[in-house]
Design a protein around this ligand. Structure first.
Ligand code: GLN
Length: 554
């Protein structure tokens, strides 16, 4: 059966940590998993992080950002859960297609096999066919990793999650309990009137997990204050978990503190002990300490406006938020983001919202709502010489703005939604990906049909952007269906905007910049997806530096 293949190929060394959640959702399991991975790395281990999402969508690509936050894109072109962004930022390990699965994808595979007749007439069932497919995913594509951390989305008890719990129980059975750790993340609510931290929801949650045949080996308990030892003892006793494996995850005011806090609680040491690994040496957490120190003691604060459509839900711009913070860390400044709803800029004076910021960013986006407000924000940044960064949709609209307001093409627009416009941004029907042609049409499926993942761009050597990147060839992640039409290159140049990077075949504009402006850049890709706290993206470092310089003049 399919899982046997992965099982046979599995390296003898790989150990699995399965992370489940209990009590409530939004406990920050993603961040917890990423932090655990980073402290294991700090002990010299090679890690891999994976996310198993029980929902029925094939991927989050078609979900509203309000439902599920940002869609994270990997180099190999998968639209994945935003937790993969946490994983990559904290561990530095680039996430891959094989690190993200959903029930929709699992069922798609099972049904494809059934249609092909691969099951030789068997009745297809959740156990074993769906669970085998999940196990196959968990065990596949592992090379020399020491630890594979698999986070199960949702909360124990969810109907959708049951096949996953069954599958991870079976993995422990298949490869041996000593190579598997079950880590359960729970909440210890504090009841103010009683003045007490409550352990009962955690006990219930663990009981629920035990019903599925899973005995947690470690509990990570989210709480407002450290867990008193007697409460730890109580939790340990009721939940059948060793007392020293009941780990406090107290709230912290800065996410970079989490790995340090977990390590202080002994989490990495206990994981090593559990697997029988020598853990005498202390982990090297110096890079986290440096970051925490910089974040705690900034030399100043800089205000940046982000003009977008999903500003009510900050999860929708997770990576962007992080990348701006990273740019701030590199410049020893705290970045304060002013989230501006692009719709309000459609009717109101942009200066009412943007005169107090040192830089303006228009992020990626889709559709008509708020688009005119974004164009107004671009115009304001251009005219007032405020550092401006346009990402994807933001770049496309900055081109529309220049064509309309500088080149005088009043009906310039994007064919994404501006019916009857002159489409300076339109659908490219064909382009090259790894030598093969891919075709996109307006009628095609919405799911997975965009230009997705890492593509190379070539930078003009005499451009501003070349000075920022310091090299000619770059690779960045894309997620878009529309393109700036290269045939307007001359019109744009005459209007003060140059195309300073293109796809290697010269057909697709990748970066634009304005020549009459101190810092005005638009990029067709998403640089925020590759920025990391200890490896901040050069575009964000430069953008924040420009904002800091500007703030000194305000
Ligand atoms: N809506 C635009 C497109 O599909 C931009 C997408 C984005 O900003 N990610 O091309």
């Amino acid at each position: 059966m399919s899982e046997n293949k992965s099982l046979e190929q599995l390296n003898d060394n790989a150990k699995f940590i399965f992370i489940t959640g209990g009590v409530v959702s939004s406990l920050g399991k993603g961040l917890a998993s990423a932090s655990l991975a980073s402290i294991l790395q700090a002990r010299g281990f090679k890690v891999r992080l994976r996310k198993l999402d029980p929902y029925l969508n094939v991927d989050p690509g078609t979900m509203s950002p309000y439902q599920h936050g940002e869609v994270y894109v990997t180099d190999d072109g998968t639209e994945a859960d935003l937790d993969l962004g946490h994983y990559e930022r904290f561990s530095g390990v680039p996430a891959k297609k094989t690190d993200s699965i959903t029930t929709g994808k699992i069922y798609q595979r099972v049904i494809d096999k059934e249609r092909r007749g691969d099951y030789l007439g068997a009745t297809i069932q959740v156990v074993p066919h769906v669970t085998n497919e999940i196990k196959d995913f968990i065990l596949s594509d592992i090379t020399d990793e020491d630890f594979v951390l698999c986070e199960i989305g949702g909360t124990v008890g969810d109907i959708e999650g049951q096949p996953y719990l069954e599958a991870i129980r079976q993995v422990a059975y298949d490869i041996g309990r000593d190579r598997v750790m079950f880590l359960h993340v729970t909440l210890l609510p504090y009841i103010a009137v009683a003045g007490e931290m409550k352990t009962k929801p955690t006990q219930h949650s663990v009981k629920k997990l035990q019903e599925y045949g899973i005995q947690p080996d470690m509990l990570l308990c989210r709480c407002q204050t450290p867990i008193p030892q007697n409460e730890k003892r109580k939790i340990a006793l009721f939940c059948n978990v060793r007392e020293e494996n009941v780990i406090t995850a107290a709230d912290v005011d800065n996410i970079y503190l989490v790995p340090i806090a977990y390590s202080k609680e002994g989490m990495d040491r206990q994981v090593c002990k559990y697997f029988g690994i020598n853990c005498q040496d202390e982990p090297d957490l110096s890079k986290w300490e440096t970051i925490v120190d910089t974040v705690k003691n900034p030399e100043g604060i800089v205000n940046i406006a982000v003009v977008g459509k999903y500003v009510q839900l900050l999860e929708a711009y997770k990576s962007l938020n992080e990348a701006l913070t990273h740019g701030g860390i590199a410049n020893k400044h705290k970045v304060k983001i002013k989230w501006v709803d692009s719709e309000v800029l459609e009717n109101e004076e942009p200066s009412n919202y943007l005169s107090d910021v040192s830089a303006i960013l228009v992020p990626g986006g889709f559709g008509e709502r708020g688009a005119m407000g974004k164009i107004n924000a671009v115009k304001y940044a251009r005219e007032n010489k405020i550092p401006f960064l346009g990402i994807c949709f933001g770049m496309q609209l900055s081109v529309v703005e220049t064509m309309r307001n500088v080149a005088g093409m009043k009906d310039a627009g994007t064919s994404e939604f501006m019916a009857g416009c002159t489409p300076v941004v339109g659908l490219m029907k064909e382009w090259d990906k790894d030598g093969a042609k891919e075709i996109r049409t307006k009628e095609g499926d919405l799911g997975g049909t965009m230009r997705l993942g890492a593509y190379e761009s070539l930078l003009s050597k005499d451009s501003f952007i070349y000075r920022i990147y310091g090299r000619e060839k770059i690779s960045e992640r894309h997620r878009h269906r529309y393109e700036v039409n290269i045939k307007y290159e001359d019109d744009l140049r005459n209007a003060g905007m140059i195309i300073s990077a293109k796809s290697p075949d010269g057909k697709l504009p990748e970066i634009i910049e304005r020549l009459d402006h101190p810092w005005f850049v638009g990029v067709q890709f998403h640089p925020e997806l590759k920025s990391k706290p200890f490896d901040p993206h050069p575009l964000f470092v430069s953008f924040i530096k420009a904002a800091v310089d500007k703030s000194r003049l305000i």
